[in-house]
Design a protein around this ligand. Structure first.
Ligand code: TYM
Length: 462
């Protein structure tokens, strides 16, 4: 479901990207509840924000999504230096992370690509608490075996199969999940919402959607998740285990809330209306009786892009009614479309996207032809004025995919001062993407049906 299409029932329908958010910092103050833990609970004061206001000028390729405004209106917390340092301490305290993680994705956090969160700090606290206890055997003896003292972390992410192949934007959450799985050495559950895509796209038939889901599972496995700690499930297959808890969730969510959050109208099919409750369900470990040890107090962390926040705001809101743990979230910005920073790369949009199945030749053509440039019109002018990096797609993509800080700083300096030309930066991007995608495709080609079966098998991962 494209949550960018969210509208509120009583707000004016402007266009497809109209979005309704609620709970700005303003409303939070006005309607704050007594209990601080409920600070993001949905209130009656739900209010609308037009997503086009957040995209400063959505028709212009030279405008960008206003992420500060998103933080404010969603009521998330910005990832600041203090939190990054706290996370860095986890990295230094954990001896085998740097060696076990052959591709660190720390730059995604450090460069502000993962930019806001809900309770990520609490997840780090749980990790630190457990780690201190492990390093201190005496302490271990004093730990109660009671479930509430046995807090652990699991990760949860997902994919709605709307295309046979993932695009470059989808790699961001999967790279980061793989990284965090290594850092926290924890289980990960991955939901394939074949039901969601079937229900939300009138042109998709069910068998086709299931097949795309299967291909996407292979795409996902190729990111190299820990096979003994990762469980992938399709909603259609795993519904029996999800359904009990899902029913309890459905009973707590009324139509108005769903309409407010996802903007459905009276013509929408009823499946779309109930679907969000299914994306909420895996936030609670109770739906994984054979996968996660039920004597452990599991705390869920969801790394994904910020478009998924409405589902998890809803989940956090109902968690207290279910007396279950609120999930924590960590959100990234969108990898923008090739054509400009005002749009995200999207499977459903008409914009040109880079697919993980693209050949070098195709990538070259797409980047050279479509990547919006912040450079000047002529080489002469570029030498004189330099490039505007804020809107230069090649530079922005390099920030995501070039895992070499020194090189990136050099590009930043030289390109902004006019020492480098747009064509040179595009060439560097093509080389970087070629390296990344070639390596990825090698791994993807080796994923067998047996390997898929292994990841899908209901089994203990934690
Ligand atoms: P889907 O399939 O639209 O997207 C899969 C994941 O990719 C992220 N994403 C992006 N990240 C960066 N830049 C982009 N341009 C970009 N486009 C998409 C999404 O945020 C998502 O993390 N309903 C979900 C499936 C789902 C899910 C979940 C996602 C089910 N459970 C739990 C995250 C967490 C969907 O259709 O995602």
């Amino acid at each position: 479901m494209n949550v960018l299409k969210i509208i509120r029932t009583n707000c004016v329908f402007v266009n497809k990207t109209k979005l309704c958010y609620f709970h700005s910092s303003q409303t939070k103050k006005k309607f704050s509840t007594k209990n601080n833990n409920d600070d993001d609970r949905i209130t009656n004061s739900q209010f609308d924000i037009n997503f086009n206001n957040i995209l400063s000028n959505s028709d212009s390729y030279e405008s960008s999504i206003d992420y500060d405004k998103i933080i404010k209106t969603f009521g998330c917390s910005k990832i600041n230096n203090a939190l990054i340092s706290k996370f860095k301490d986890v990295l230094t305290n954990s001896s085998d992370i740097s060696t076990s993680t052959n591709s660190s994705q720390f730059h995604l956090l450090n460069k502000g690509i993962y930019f806001c969160h809900r309770d990520f700090d609490k997840i780090i606290d749980i990790y630190n608490h457990n780690n201190n206890n492990i390093s201190n055997h005496n302490k271990v003896k004093t730990i109660s075996t009671k479930k509430e003292h046995n807090k652990q972390i699991y990760l949860y992410t997902g994919r709605g199969p709307s295309n046979k192949s993932l695009h470059l934007g989808h790699t961001i959450p999967f790279l980061f999940n793989k990284y965090l799985q290594d850092v926290f050495d924890c289980p990960l559950v991955i939901q394939i919402t074949d039901d969601e895509k079937f229900l939300s796209n009138k042109d998709l038939n069910l068998d086709e959607t299931i097949k795309m889901g299967y291909e996407n599972i292979k795409d996902i496995i190729a990111f190299g998740f820990n096979r003994d700690k990762t469980f992938i499930f399709s909603d259609i297959d795993y519904i029996k285990q999800l359904y009990k808890l899902n029913l309890k969730i459905q009973k707590l969510v009324n139509l108005n809330t769903i309409k407010s959050l996802f903007g459905f109208n009276h013509q929408d099919n009823i499946g779309k209306i109930s679907f969000p409750s299914l994306q909420c369900t895996p936030c609670f470990y109770e739906c994984f009786p054979e996968v996660l040890n039920q004597n452990t107090d599991w705390n869920c962390l969801i790394p994904c892009a910020v478009d998924q926040d409405p589902y998890f705001r809803l989940t956090r809101d109902i968690a207290y009614k279910l007396k279950l743990n609120k999930p924590a979230c960590i959100y990234s910005k969108f990898l923008p479309s090739l054509e400009g920073t005002n749009k995200k790369m999207s499977s459903s949009g008409k914009e040109v996207k880079i697919l993980l199945t693209d050949t070098l030749k195709t990538i070259k053509t797409k980047v050279n032809k479509y990547a919006y440039s912040g450079g000047q019109e002529t080489a002469e002018k570029q030498r004189e004025l330099g490039a505007n990096l804020d809107i230069d797609i090649s530079y922005i993509y390099l920030k995501y995919f070039l895992d070499d800080d020194m090189k990136l700083s050099e590009i930043e300096n030289n390109y902004s001062k006019g020492i480098m030309l747009s064509g040179e930066v595009k060439k560097l991007l093509i080389e970087t993407l070629d390296k990344f995608i070639t390596l990825y495709q090698e791994k993807r080609n080796k994923i067998t049906d047996d390997e898929v079966r292994y990841f899908l098998q209901i089994r203990k991962i934690g």
